[in-house]
Design a binder for this molecule. Structure first.
Ligand code: AMP
Length: 423
């Protein structure tokens, strides 16, 4: 399929071309026509599949084909995202796709001064991208009015629930007009997501790309068994020996992320960390430095990394094995974006072996397992497959039954009387 077959507004076709997109991705092919028809959509897709354009393009199309009446701009499309980084990224995508239109949008998120955000809101916007906390705050102060929203989009809804935003989402839902279009995107459609969809969406169409675990097939994965204290040495060695110059390293904790950065910097490898304890400006500065190639290594925690769209990350290194198997899929999905080949290496200490069992259960792939010196030890299918249940003892077939009463006698401790000796 080609983008021209989707019949997008000419200004959007131009923008798509300028972005260098030739064909829609599977999630775009499925959801763009539905959203253009005004349907509610429950989309199962993770970041990296092109899902932002899957909702942004048809929403912009609708805004362009039903121009607002009157002089003043008002919020007609509201996008809710769990993290500041994702909100900024979505805002950038909207900016790129609406480059040849006169639509206006802005992004609001917490952790920074609200004044530039409220100024932008006062100038008037058609599209608002927001994180839940700051949105509720600015609604409370009267800067945001949601009464004329036509399309409400919840992105990474699963992560929003994980982060405890459920009540905020419900509050925001109540401020929106009854008659509206709602789109909900989530990497997984767990029962909680279905429940939320049941409350917010009206007869939704479900669209889904390949299940998350199979989207990582294009990534060259490996596991390296290493003792915890040896991990930092292995990381430094790998970066130096393999000449890795743009890698994302995942740490389970914020403290751990900072420690890795300190050790890498000491070994003359420019690195920075991105996690929730850093101010928004610091996080953005770290991201920009990484994108521009000023730092070779970006060390991130799971929450901070969600939705980060960084092009051309050659490697993802899991310094720690994540507890949640889905996080493994999300993490390694940061490399090999939009079909490019990526490399994912995971360090596993003896204490973390148990987490590999659940990862293997989810991905069902044969990933090579190496020692810290690179010697092949086997693959995950033989080393980390969940053991099958012990086969039941085959039932004795009729005819092989012990003589009647023998089993009862054995239970009661009765023994066969000893045979008298002959002779
Ligand atoms: P997303 O899943 O929205 O974060 O998008 C992941 C990346 O894919 C972004 O860098 C997009 O610019 C890119 N992308 C989105 N749609 C397409 C497309 N149809 N063709 C090529 N790249 C795309």
């Amino acid at each position: 399929m080609n983008f021209s077959e989707l019949n997008l507004h000419t200004a959007l076709s131009r923008a798509v071309k300028a972005e260098g997109y030739v064909q829609p991705t599977p999630i775009q092919e499925l959801s763009i026509p539905l959203v253009m028809q005004g349907r509610d959509v429950l989309g199962c897709a993770q970041t990296g599949t092109g899902k932002t354009a899957a909702f942004a393009l048809p929403v912009l199309h609708q805004l362009l084909t039903s121009p607002r009446r009157g002089k003043w701009r008002f919020i007609r499309a509201l996008v809710l995202a769990p993290t500041r980084e994702l909100a900024i990224q979505i805002g950038k995508s909207f900016e790129a796709y609406s480059a040849f239109t006169n639509l206006r949008g802005t992004v609001i998120y917490g952790g920074v001064s609200q004044h530039p955000q409220t100024r932008a809101l006062q100038r008037g916007v058609d599209i608002l991208v927001a994180t839940p906390g700051r949105l509720i705050d600015l609604i409370g102060q009267g800067y945001v009015k949601l009464g004329r929203v036509q399309t409400f989009i919840l992105d990474e809804a699963d992560r929003m629930l994980d982060m405890g935003f459920i009540h905020d989402i419900k509050r925001i839902g109540m401020l929106l007009p009854e008659k509206r279009q709602t789109l909900l995107f989530s990497a997984t459609v767990a029962p909680t997501i279905r429940h939320l969809a049941g409350e917010l969406l009206h007869e939704p169409e479900e669209v889904s790309t390949a299940p998350s675990a199979t989207t990582v097939e294009s990534i060259d994965q490996s596991i390296m068994m290493v003792e915890r204290p040896e991990k930092i040495g292995l990381l430094i060695r790998l970066i130096q020996e393999k000449n890795i110059d743009r890698t994302l390293v995942f740490s389970r904790t914020k403290f751990g992320a900072d420690k890795i950065v300190r050790k890498l910097t000491k070994a003359d490898i420019p690195a920075s960390a991105i996690h929730g304890n850093k101010s928004q400006n610091k996080r953005q500065a770290a991201l920009t430095a990484f994108k521009r190639g000023r730092v070779r290594v970006l060390v991130a925690t799971d929450i901070a990394s969600r939705g980060l769209d960084i092009e051309a990350v050659s490697h993802v290194i899991n310094y720690d094995i994540p507890n949640e198997p889905e996080a493994y899929v999300h993490r390694i999905g940061r490399t090999g974006r939009a079909g490019a080949q990526g490399i994912a290496i995971s360090f596993c200490s003896p204490e973390e072996r148990k987490d590999l069992f659940s990862i293997q259960k989810l991905i069902h792939q044969r990933v090579p397992v190496l020692s810290d010196s690179g010697k092949e030890l086997g693959h995950t299918e033989e080393l980390f497959a969940t053991p099958k249940r012990k086969p039941q003892r085959p039932k004795k077939r009729f005819g092989q039954q012990p003589p009647r009463g023998a089993r009862r006698n054995r239970r009661r401790g009765k023994r066969k009387p000893a045979q008298p000796r002959l002779g």
